[in-house]
Design a protein around this ligand. Structure first.
Ligand code: GTP
Ligand code: MG
Length: 200
């Protein structure tokens, strides 16, 4: 990621506003306040580019970013999703269904769980059901690991994967990435995974 340049591309709410580029795309999803925008800022090495907030429901649109490098002509599209709580459950559902079902370039969803919460909530389960239905691969990520001890993290990871696998047996990846936007723990792991799934 060293020589890569991240830039903000555009925001969208409806599928008709998505741009149809051929670049591989990856998305960050999860409950409000789980740390999606902060993690993207750390991963892109451009914290200033991605707005974060203490107040849940801060990101209210799909925000598209692009990652390119002079050495590599292929760009990757990175999407910051609004948290589940940002609208009524029905509206949120429609929004996500539209995105997951129409986005052919989508290579992986990074589904963020706050490590201190330590379990899947009903909205995470609904999201996993949709991902399974539309065949979108999901990478589980435990966030804000700076708030927890390593030993509890391993225990939580195992429990979360087991539960997620029951809902999304074909799409959920068998391992969990731990990370902290604050200490930068695990950021490299997320970056490597993005490059790997996008084949660049
Ligand atoms: P919405 O856009 O509302 O869905 O939230 P989000 O998931 O994008 O969360 P955001 O990145 O805006 O972060 C929410 C809060 O958590 C902010 O106050 C961040 O500073 C804090 N936060 C994010 N990542 C970390 C982390 O790794 N460690 C700690 N301690 N705090 C974090
Ligand atoms: Mg956000």
């Amino acid at each position: 990621f060293q020589q890569r340049d991240a830039k903000f591309l555009y925001s969208a709410t409806k599928a008709e506003h998505y741009r149809h580029l051929s670049e591989p795309e990856i998305t960050f999803a999860g409950r409000s306040n789980v740390g999606k925008s902060s993690l993207i800022g750390a991963v892109l090495r451009s914290a200033g580019l991605v707005k974060t907030s203490k107040k849940p429901g801060h990101t209210s649109l799909l925000n598209f970013f692009s990652l390119t490098s002079s050495a590599h002509p292929a760009a990757i599209s990175v999407v910051d999703m609004p948290g589940y709580g940002f609208r009524s459950r029905d509206e949120w559902g429609q929004f996500i269904i539209e995105y997951l079902s129409t986005r052919k370039v989508l290579r992986r969803v990074f589904l963020l769980i706050e490590s201190k919460v330590g379990e899947l909530k009903s909205t995470d389960c609904s999201f996993l059901e949709l991902a399974e239905k539309h065949g979108v691969p999901v990478q589980l990520v435990l966030t804000k690991t700076d708030k927890l001890k390593r030993t509890s993290l391993d225990k939580i990871s195992n429990a979360v994967v087991r539960e997620a696998k029951e809902i999304g047996p074909t799409v959920v990846q068998p391992y969990v990435i731990h990370c902290s936007a604050k200490t930068k723990d695990g950021i490299t792991a997320v970056q490597e995974e993005i490059l790997r799934v996008c084949n660049v």
